[in-house]
Design a protein around this ligand. Structure first.
Ligand SMILES: [Fe+2]
Length: 331
């Protein structure tokens, strides 16, 4: 049997496939062209052994980092382009053994315009449903409180749905699930790819944590499947504006990343890191990947417009209990 000429449909499909392949190559080339690598001189170990004291952190920043403690004093890194703050050039003995290869990563073209609009619309709908803030206000961060949604373990020995995910009106639960379903469908898979690519060892551990959560929360997640993100993180903290007070994300694990993105139309709000003397813009469409339990940080003021920030994270106990053999902290 001989092959006849290609029909127009087949040609179009082939062309489309070819176009996608070429586009991927071009996008990758463009990203590499705009790559910014910011090399730090020493590992920021100032808070690695601190327990949960926000006041202690503020005191250290006030004294040891007095010349880099406000947004105006910090060096601003480029607004555009992929940004990497690696650790692999530092003397091995100065970096805790379980650290992933990068302290910070910022990625471009992470959320499309449509996805940003979809996320904002769902956030507005969630707020319009009048969800209750149940957790105590966190004086260590800022006056605008976040909602903590999803799954965590915090101080317990097995995972649970966060109280703010559960103890809400039916309308708020419906709007919340709709918001989380959007994140789970369009954003979590991309974060998973980034996680796996940039921190493969930690990714293997988090897969084990996933299996444990699925096993222990089988019943809850059957009723609320949108609260399980399927891999890269387990909880989402969402709020308007940012955390203006320098702090560490105490509940995070120091060996794994938090993922931060924002939607809206705003100016300001850069991610400030006094220990490194830098501030990093996070613009619409970008995602910041950071070890938020290692690096003290705060948001520069939002000088105009509106900004809704989503921080996707995994708490320490959920991570460690999911993968107990993981790594003995050797620092
Ligand atoms: Fe934070």
């Amino acid at each position: 049997m001989t092959r006849g000429p290609r029909g127009p449909d087949s040609q179009a499909r082939r062309y489309k496939r070819w176009g996608q392949t070429q586009d991927k190559v071009r996008i990758k080339e463009a990203i590499e062209r705009d790559l910014v690598i910011h090399k730090i001189k020493t590992f920021p170990a100032d808070f690695i052994h601190f327990s949960t004291s926000g006041e202690q952190v503020r005191e250290v920043v006030r004294t040891k980092f007095s010349t880099t403690s406000s947004p105006e004093q910090l060096l601003q890194l480029p607004t555009r382009g992929k940004l990497l703050v690696p650790l692999d050039h530092l003397p091995q003995e100065t970096v805790p053994a379980e650290m992933p290869p990068y302290l910070i990563i910022r990625l471009e073209h992470f959320l499309t315009d449509d996805q940003q609009a979809g996320l904002l619309a769902r956030w507005d709908r969630f707020i319009a449903s009048k969800p209750r803030h149940i957790l105590k206000p966190d004086a260590n961060r800022s006056t605008s409180e976040a909602f903590h949604l999803g799954v965590w373990e915090i101080t317990a020995n097995k995972p649970r749905l966060t109280l703010e995910s559960r103890d809400q009106s039916p309308e708020a639960v419906e709007a919340m699930d709709n918001l989380l379903r959007f994140i789970k469908t369009y954003i979590a898979p991309k974060i998973a790819t980034v996680f796996k690519e940039h921190a493969p060892i930690q990714w293997e551990c988090i897969l084990k944590a996933n299996a444990r959560v699925l096993r222990l929360l089988k019943h809850d997640l059957k009723l609320r499947p949108d609260l399980f993100m399927g891999g890269p993180f387990f909880a989402v903290a969402a709020k308007e504006a940012g955390s203006g007070i320098v702090h560490l994300d105490w509940n995070d694990d120091r060996a794994i990343y938090a993922f931060v993105f924002a939607v809206g139309d705003w100016e300001g709000g850069e991610f400030c890191a006094p220990q490194l003397g830098i501030k990093i813009p996070i613009r619409p469409g970008q995602v910041l990947v950071v070890l938020a339990r290692v690096l003290a940080h705060f948001s520069a003021p939002v000088t105009s417009g509106r900004r809704v920030v989503f921080t996707c994270f995994t708490d320490r106990l959920l991570f460690r209990h999911g993968c107990p053999e993981v790594m003995v902290f050797s620092c």
